[in-house]
Design a protein around this ligand. Structure first.
Ligand code: NAP
Ligand code: G4F
Length: 398
């Protein structure tokens, strides 16, 4: 507790930010999965200074950025995306060259419960960002985190950039609206603003309510209970048949950076003028830049994720019954279990959604061909990384 206090990261107020020399990138949502990985990516792959935005909470949640303590190229700032003054002030004080927005109400299931808040955070705030950039720093490049949820009730598979927006949740609708605004500002004012369609991406920094992390953490707990002779507590899930295209969040950051610097990566631009490798005039570039679909191209059900996660710790089982009565029964593992502890996973209909996106699978051919992006981590590698990390948190190596 004392150590936590000593190492608590300094949080600046926006008006105390001094614009560093050189390229400045403002990243929002740095306490979350993607924002924190984006900061790591920029530190490793660029010489830019980074200003990271995090909203003030009663109890700090800096776990994902703890490792940045003392990093001279990183400044943390109090920033709320739903407060338009915050947006104007950060552009005024930090004068960023890039504004990468990962802040959002990002949990699809909550978007039915907090539809208005989802809309304000994910759509109205994007309008505020675009207006502020237009007025104060029109050459600032803007990235907004778009989603495969915009495709929603999909009409074909795999989904590419031409797939229509058919959202199934207030969340999906909010991201589709933001995309439209971005296109309008790009075409009207020549702002370099892009929004990738990122398919699901995960990792050890994933929030614990998202299905992959819920499973990896649950499996680590079950394994720990079995080997330490503690009672086993099963995992409760919703729709096991949903199909997702899961990637490693770290791989996605490279795709975002490529989308923001298309003149450096576009293979199809090398040949002709005025868009050449050397032309960085945003007004020229903005006419030619594109939003891209980013994902692995592989699809897996929730069931498969569960099986693979148990596989990582040497536990094997079988699916029994169906629908809301379906469960995963323990067959084999570190020791025999009493039958009242053998139901390792079961369905709880409270996790069903009012409307489901049944199948998502990316066709990322375009970004691979035009910007040279490719994922590095496989599905198996991702599941293993997540389960191993959750196991290590239970048994930290001191
Ligand atoms: P995440 O872990 O939930 O992070 C979201 C971040 O936004 C958190 O740092 C959160 O802060 C912050 N935030 C929320 N409301 C805010 C506000 N009003 N002002 C300032 N910050 C606020 O989500 P993620 O997985 O990193 O996703 C990042 C972005 O990508 C989101 O826009 C998400 O919708 C989008 N996206 C994600 C995926 C995916 O599979 N991960 C796929 C497609 C699109 P707190 O810590 O204070 O809550
Ligand atoms: O992990 P999820 O909550 O992610 P979801 O809804 O696909 O959204 C994530 O990916 C989007 C990109 O496609 C992002 F835009 C968004 O910000 C977020 O990062 O749920 C995945 C699937 C769903 O079909 C859900 O119904 O898993 C199913 N599921 C089954 N049981 C569950 C559960 N989801 C959660 N969260 N919890 C369950 O117990």
């Amino acid at each position: 507790m004392i150590l936590e206090y000593v190492f608590s990261m300094k949080v600046n107020n926006i008006q105390d930010i001094k614009r560093p020399e050189g390229t400045v990138v403002f990243v929002t949502g740095v306490t979350g999965q993607d924002g924190s990985h984006m900061v790591d990516y920029l530190l490793s792959n660029t010489s830019a200074s980074i200003v990271g935005g995090a909203r003030r909470l009663s109890v700090e949640n800096h776990a994902n950025i703890k490792h940045l303590q003392g990093e001279p190229r990183f400044q943390l700032v109090n920033f709320d995306l739903t407060d338009s003054h915050s947006i104007y002030k950060i552009i005024e004080y930090a004068k960023p060259d890039y504004f990468i927005n990962f802040a959002a109400q990002s949990f699809v299931a909550s978007s039915w419960d907090f539809a208005r808040q989802t809309w304000e955070c994910n759509s109205t705030s994007i309008l505020d960002c675009l207006e502020a950039i237009k007025r104060l720093k029109p050459d600032c490049r803007f990235y907004n985190a778009g989603s495969s949820e915009e495709f929603g009730n999909v009409s074909y598979e795999p989904q590419d950039e031409n797939h229509p927006a058919r959202p199934r949740s207030p969340y999906g609708a909010s991201k589709a609206a933001a995309r439209t605004l971005i296109k309008v500002y790009r075409e009207s004012y020549g702002i370099y603003a892009v929004q990738g369609w990122l398919f699901n991406h995960e990792g050890p920094r994933r929030g614990e309510e998202f299905v992959t992390r819920k499973i990896s953490k649950g499996v680590a707990n079950i394994f720990d209970s079995i080997v330490n002779n503690k009672p086993v507590e099963g995992i409760e899930l919703g729709n096991l048949s949903a199909v997702r295209d899961w990637s490693d969040a770290e791989d996605m950051m490279d795709a975002v950076w490529r989308m923001l610097n298309q003149e450096k990566f576009r293979t199809d631009w090398k040949q002709f003028s005025p868009v050449s490798l050397y032309n960085t005039d945003v007004k020229v570039l903005s006419k030619h830049i594109k939003d891209y679909v980013v994902g692995s191209g592989e699809k897996h059900t929730i069931r498969e994720f569960v099986e693979k996660a148990f596989d990582v710790v040497g536990i094997h089982g079988a699916w029994m019954d169906e629908g809301k009565y379906e469960y995963f029964w323990y067959n084999d593992g570190p020791r025999p279990l009493p039958s009242n502890e053998c139901q390792l996973v079961k369905v709880n209909p409270k996790f069903y959604r009012p409307a489901e996106v049944e199948v998502l699978r990316a066709n990322a051919d375009k970004i691979t061909k035009e910007l040279g992006w490719k994922p590095k981590t496989t599905f198996d590698g991702l599941v293993e990384k997540m389960v191993t990390s959750d196991l290590t948190s239970l048994n930290p190596v001191v």
